[in-house]
Design a protein around this ligand. Structure first.
Ligand code: PLP
Length: 330
């Protein structure tokens, strides 16, 4: 059998360099140790609270790591991104902190709160705007390409980019630095930026660690891809985990997942809602549905790591308040 020998897109040195760039800029988020969680799963669970990161999700780490490496010409022209989610806010905030323009291309039906949050980060940064396109009538790639060409802007994708992956990996790096070696690390999977960076960091710091990915039941493209040994693309999944509604992982992230991730498990939307309520009621934390994926696998008994030290990344806390209130009311 032929074994692919292409090097992985990132190594531990890239993550250490990202950590140095993020020092004093990103929050070093706390690690939560609720006893009620340990009682539920019989393990020692360490939750890395990226719901408390700047702009509300780990995405700040990757965006800032990428933008802070722009050369002077790229900085003058600025950055362009497509996103209606946390990547939009991460790009807008990072661009403002670095003093460069940002254009975020969003669908016309993006939640008003997300449009407003992104525009607020852009407010005092000249040349910055949200460009709204019609999801069904317009081609966002063509719109983005035209703006990028006209204004000379650099496109930063939400996960399939080495600097984005390396920045994301600093979350796992901080977790293990703080609590010491872990037996298992549970990480949610959308396009695979967070888990690929986290796996590289974790395997370097504790080579025996088992890294396990968690996807929504309805959106298990990466689980299917691992089984097939190649990238599988699925229809846009129907799940409340909107940060994991990706159709496939990336050309750069998937080889890292193949090399370092033991397996992918899935959780249902009902399990996500119970976990979201657990964090609100018992831990006093607002965690968005996608941010609950990894924790749900542990707390709902999808995986059993009794007696072991288990790291869990809570990836974000940005919720639409009325919808969140609905989940809490049950
Ligand atoms: C983007 C995002 C994810 C998925 O991350 P990937 O790097 O695409 O796998 C998970 N949770 C939250 C809160 C996100 O914003």
């Amino acid at each position: 059998m032929l074994v692919a020998m292409t090097p992985l897109a990132i190594d531990f040195a890239a993550i250490a360099a990202a950590a140095a760039r993020l020092k004093g800029v990103a929050h070093r988020t706390p690690v939560l140790r609720p006893r009620s969680a340990d009682q539920r799963c019989g393990a020692s669970a360490f939750f890395k609270a990226e719901n408390l990161q700047r702009m509300g999700a780990f995405k700040f780490r990757g965006a800032y790591n990428a933008l802070s490496q722009f050369n002077p010409e790229q900085r003058r022209a600025g950055v362009i991104a497509f996103s209606s989610g946390n990547h939009a806010q991460a790009i807008a905030l990072s661009a403002r902190l670095l003093g460069m323009p940002s254009v975020v291309v969003m669908p016309h039906d993006a939640p008003a709160a997300k449009l407003a949050a992104t525009r607020a980060y852009q407010a005092d940064q000249p040349g910055s705007e949200v460009v709204v396109y019609h999801r069904f009538r317009e081609d966002r790639a063509a719109i983005g390409a035209a703006i990028a060409a006209e204004r000379g802007m650099t496109l930063i994708p939400p996960y399939d980019h080495p600097d984005v992956m390396a920045g994301a990996g600093t979350a796992a790096l901080e977790l293990i630095e703080e609590v010491g070696p872990l037996d298992v690390l549970l990480v949610c999977v959308g396009g695979g930026g967070l888990i690929s960076g986290s796996a590289v960091a974790a395997k370097h710091l504790c080579p025996d660690i088992r890294v396990i990915g968690v996807e929504p039941e309805a959106g298990n493209d990466t689980q299917q891809s691992l089984a097939r040994g190649e990238l599988v693309s699925i229809a846009v999944p129907q799940t409340i985990a909107d940060g994991a509604q990706t159709q496939s992982s990336g050309q750069l992230t998937f080889p890292v997942i193949q090399a370092l991730v033991e397996r992918i498990v899935t959780v249902s939307d009902d399990q996500l809602i119970r976990t979201l309520r657990f964090f609100a009621e018992r831990v006093k934390q607002v965690v968005e549905p996608t941010g609950c994926l990894a924790a749900a696998a542990l707390l709902e008994g999808v995986v059993d790591f009794r007696g072991q030290r288990v790291g869990v990344i809570l990836s974000g806390g940005n919720v639409d308040l009325p919808r969140y209130a609905g989940y809490l009311a049950g």
